[in-house]
Ligand binder design. Structure first.
Ligand code: BGC
Length: 341
């Protein structure tokens, strides 16, 4: 009997000690969480030498510094370049996960391949903020810790179309330069698989037509967002259609700059109207030189601020919505403005 009583007393004591230890552990964890003095973020870029992306990267580094100054929390940024290879990017993601990174910001190479990355991230409980190259909504809905930051492609295109439509309405001769009642244009498109290329092309043309510009397409091509590819294409078109091109519509600033390079190389006397999208510093310079008619700028600092703020909140196990307003709980669309000569 005595033995049984002692056993019971011992069992109660043991349970108490165990519960106490668990409580202390969980308190310890909470305190650790509260006192987190550093966060580690992985930034995965589809191509480091893409002008727009390298500008965003720079802005992200500035955001990290600002955040450190404001919060006293140290930020470790690990930036990886996939050089347009999805397999490389998958292994970069796996490595950063295995190194215990707190959150990842992913500029995915192939937007149709997001689910494999998401599976890995979910298994390790590492949140992802995708940016600029948008996974399909179905993939983003696979987990609550997935977000997207970007510039709305339709909005960029409508603004781009309006630059030319408004000029035409004010002074048709500035757009229909030979006064034949048609505006002969060439079109430079980004990668076919990128959501921005298809949507920008469609809405830019539609806005111009709705704005009463009598468009006539001479030709067009896919220059994959790249200045050098666009430059080679434009050089060929200038030779193929001498004196006929009145307008160059480009899906981004870098390809617009390529078209301008070709015009300068061939010493075209009266610069043709060229419109771009992005408002990169290089694009703005061309605008100031009078070579680019206009562009649509997405605010780089805001872009990077949104990516960083969401990622930092997730890294601290906090809800990003407390710091930033999201659309449908997952999306942040940056503001865009027209820049004209
Ligand atoms: C930008 C391009 C950039 C591409 C990369 C687009 O949104 O306008 O300049 O090359 O994204 O993904």
């Amino acid at each position: 009997m005595k033995k049984k009583v002692w056993c019971a007393v011992f069992a109660v004591l043991a349970a108490g000690i165990l519960a106490g230890t668990r409580l202390a552990w969980s308190r310890g964890k909470e305190e650790m969480q509260q006192e987190k003095t550093a966060i580690r973020l992985g930034i995965l870029l589809y191509r480091g030498d893409d002008t727009f992306i390298s500008n965003v990267r720079q802005a992200l580094e500035e955001q990290a510094k600002l955040y450190e100054q404001e919060t006293g929390i140290k930020v470790v940024l690990n930036i990886e370049d996939a050089k347009e290879n999805q397999i490389t990017q998958n292994s970069q993601l796996e490595r950063l996960i295995s190194l215990g990174y707190d959150a990842l910001c992913v500029n995915i190479v192939d937007r149709s391949m997001a689910s494999a990355m998401i599976d890995d991230a979910m298994a390790a409980d590492v949140p992802i903020v995708f940016f600029n190259r948008e996974p399909v909504e179905e993939d983003l809905r696979l987990w609550e810790k997935l977000y997207y930051v970007g510039a709305d492609a339709k909005e960029s295109a409508v603004l781009q179309g309006n630059i030319v439509a408004e000029l035409y309405q004010k002074d048709p001769a500035k757009v229909d330069r030979n006064g034949d009642g048609k505006v002969n244009y060439v079109l430079l498109e980004g990668e076919t698989s990128h959501q921005d290329s298809l949507i920008r092309t469609e809405w830019s043309i539609q806005t111009l037509m709705e704005g009463g510009v009598p468009l006539e397409k001479l030709t067009g091509g896919i220059a994959n967002w790249e200045r050098s590819q666009a430059s080679a294409m434009m050089e060929q078109w200038l030779e193929q259609f001498p004196g006929q091109i009145e307008l160059v519509i480009s899906n981004n600033d870098d390809m617009a700059l390529g078209a301008i390079d070709a015009m300068e190389r061939l010493e075209i006397p009266d610069p043709i109207n060229v419109v771009g999208i992005d408002g990169t510093p290089q694009g703005v310079q061309a605008l100031e030189r009078g070579m680019l008619l206009g562009t649509v700028q997405s605010d780089r600092a805001e872009y990077a601020h949104a990516i960083f703020t969401i990622a930092a909140a997730l890294a601290l196990d906090e809800d990003p919505k407390k710091d930033i307003q999201l659309v449908d709980e997952k999306y942040y669309w940056t503001h865009q403005t027209i820049l004209v000569q």
